[in-house]
Design a protein around this ligand. Structure first.
Ligand SMILES: [Zn+2]
Ligand SMILES: [Zn+2]
Length: 135
């Protein structure tokens, strides 16, 4: 049985479908992921067997790789949203969790590179949770 996951970017130019299962879901706190996302950590799902079908916007996708590293990110050149990419010469499909529009039935497997976490990433469970925008 295969599952299909749909996703898109913020401006809607890029739409994709992914067929297959994810093996892991990591929250990466490395310094590159902090720069890449502008946030505390990346949140990516990984699969060695899934395939990506680009429904639209293939020509809007740009990929950047940090020189001499494996750190790579694909994004929409119109809106900058993070998008899936196929890495390690086709061996690994990497999907930013936030780009997915379908329900995500897996849960994060682990925080990784946690030793590099942002100074402010601490005691987050105890801060107020506001359901909408702050007043
Ligand atoms: Zn876009
Ligand atoms: Zn990272």
């Amino acid at each position: 049985m295969t599952s299909t996951t749909a996703g898109s970017c913020l401006c809607g130019a890029v739409k994709f479908r992914i067929s297959g299962k994810f093996e892991s879901f990591f929250l990466c706190h490395c310094k590159r992921c902090q720069k890449d996302t502008g946030s505390a950590h990346a949140a990516n799902l990984f699969s060695s067997t899934a395939t990506i079908d680009w429904v639209s916007g293939l020509d809007s996708i740009q990929t950047y790789r940090v020189p001499e590293t494996r750190h790579e990110k694909s994004f929409c050149r119109n809106c900058g949203s993070a998008l899936p990419s196929v890495q390690l010469e086709g061996a690994l499909v990497v999907v930013p969790a936030g780009s997915i529009d379908s329900e995500i039935d897996t849960r994060p497997s682990a925080h990784i590179c946690f030793a590099s976490r942002a100074d402010w990433y601490s005691c987050l469970e105890s801060i107020p949770k506001v359901e909408g925008l702050p007043v």
